[in-house]
Design a protein around this ligand. Structure first.
Ligand code: SF4
Length: 469
């Protein structure tokens, strides 16, 4: 029985989609049809694309990496940055000729961008050759919509405003054989002033612990060794349940799943990171010693403008507590420079926090106005050249710290979960330490899927190199 305030998609509705999958399978039987999915944005989107791929494979399509030979091209879009949206328009527009040459080509666009009505309306008008448009809340209805698009001469559009429903049992095709992502919750309630996500992904909805555990047990059976739990703010997991249930509870259960050797999660909002979660991480056997804790700014004034809900002092306290409980932990972060009104003093506070916390690495971004968010309307937008200068300074400071931290790993022996052959050198394998450091190393036999000991011989700024021992 569900203890969630929101409801699951009904079994009947799931069954209905399965029937559409079978219908398409029958329809395309004997033809070798291929699909190509182009994904923009975060891990949540990449994971959604895995679900779309899963449904397409169940229909009988096969994947191609060559857009030119695809019978179905799907854009899974992201709306976090406005220039990414412009790239989508450009890439969709470029398919006009393909569609002229091959009228049977099906072009679909889905994802966060489509959740904005003005954008989906614009695409329908500007690119009438697009066959299918749907949003994030109705991804599970893709089989039905695809079947309609196959039959229709007009663009099939379905963008639901409705949220609060969770779909289970959607087939998923995961690309990697060692590590897998599992979404544990959808949406976000935080409304950071620069972010569009709560408007397009809706309010927080947590999956049932039993559904998540079933999925992770299944992953273990399939041979996956590492699972990354995904949510816009995993620390809020369970807050939408009627009965109290916390992310720390979930971690403790997942820690007991046989076969899974490593657990990671992202993203963690500092204001919701509880002491019990830190304790659960410290006590668990499998939760990796890595925490991605976005700070966004080191200035209290800017943090307030961003509606982040914590101060630099709160953040530093958290970091001290985490390092006290988990001494080997690697902490990484996200930082935005050039938020509206950011003064040199505010920026100096950010650099100061970076020096104080000594992050292992940071994703650094230039603030860009996102229509539809409060920050986009704020006065005192910062000059682009100043933003670029600040970004460079920040990257220099962080790069130096990352290199100093990695240098300390020289000659040490680390545990690496091997993910595959290195993309750059086919005589080397690649994998990650519990601290999420990417290690490239020489090995004399196939080690994929194993945790091996590697001696670090060459620390670099962002990666480590070594020899398996
Ligand atoms: S926590 Fe803030 S930045 Fe993250 S998704 Fe929610 S609103 Fe956006």
């Amino acid at each position: 029985m569900s203890n969630r305030k929101t409801v699951d998609i009904s079994k009947e509705e799931i069954q209905e989609q399965k029937e559409y999958i079978d219908n398409i399978k029958e329809l395309i039987k004997g033809r070798s049809l291929k699909y190509h999915i182009i994904t923009y944005g975060c891990q949540m989107n990449i994971h959604d694309s895995e679900k779309l791929a899963g449904m397409l494979n169940s229909m009988g399509y096969t994947e191609t990496s060559d857009q030119a030979e695809a019978d179905l091209i799907l854009f899974n879009t992201c709306c976090v940055r406005e220039n990414a949206e412009h790239r989508v328009y450009g890439n969709v527009g470029a398919l006009y000729l393909n569609k002229q040459q091959n009228p049977n080509l099906i072009i679909g666009i889905c994802g966060c961008m489509m959740q904005q009505r003005d954008v989906s309306d614009y695409i329908t008008k500007k690119f009438p050759f697009v066959d299918l448009i749907f949003g994030t809340h109705n991804l599970h209805r893709f089989p039905k919509l695809l079947l309609e698009a196959m039959d229709s001469r007009q663009t099939v559009v379905e963008v639901l405003d409705e949220e609060g429903r969770i779909v289970e049992n959607v087939p998923i095709i995961r690309n990697l054989g060692v590590t897998a992502w599992t979404t544990i919750m959808y949406g976000c309630d935080n409304f950071c002033s620069y972010c569009i996500v709560p408007y397009v992904r809706g309010r927080e909805r947590s999956r049932q612990p039993s559904d998540i555990l079933d999925e992770i047990n299944q992953l273990a059976e399939e041979g996956y060794k590492e699972v990354t739990l995904l949510g816009q703010n995993v620390n809020s997991y369970g807050k939408d349940f009627n009965e109290p249930y916390y992310f720390s509870n979930l971690l403790r259960y997942i820690d007991r799943v046989d076969g899974i050797e490593r657990i990671r999660f992202m993203t963690s909002h500092p204001k919701d990171l509880s002491k019990d979660l830190i304790l659960a991480m410290a006590e668990s056997e499998k939760v990796c010693e890595h925490l991605h804790l976005p700070i966004q700014s080191g200035s209290n004034r800017i943090l307030k403008q961003m509606n982040r809900g914590y101060s630099r002092e709160n953040y530093l306290e958290l970091v001290n507590e985490i390092r006290h409980q988990i001494p080997n932990i690697a902490i990484t972060t996200d930082i935005i420079v050039g938020f509206p009104g950011e003064t040199e003093e505010d920026f100096a506070d950010t650099l100061d926090m970076v020096e104080k916390v000594r992050y292992d690495s940071a994703f650094t971004f230039i603030y860009s106005q996102r229509t539809g968010t409060p920050a986009a309307k704020m006065s005192k937008q910062i000059d682009e050249n100043i933003k670029k200068e600040r970004l460079q300074k920040l990257m220099d400071v962080q790069g130096k710290i990352s290199k100093e931290i990695n240098d300390k790993a020289h000659d040490t022996i680390v545990d690496v979960l091997v993910e595959g052959l290195s993309k750059k050198r086919d005589d080397m394998y690649t994998g990650r330490t519990p601290q999420n450091k990417l290690v490239n190393f020489a090995a004399d036999h196939n080690t994929i899927g194993n945790i091996v000991k590697v001696k670090i011989t060459q620390p670099k700024t962002w990666t480590l190199e070594g020899i398996m021992i």
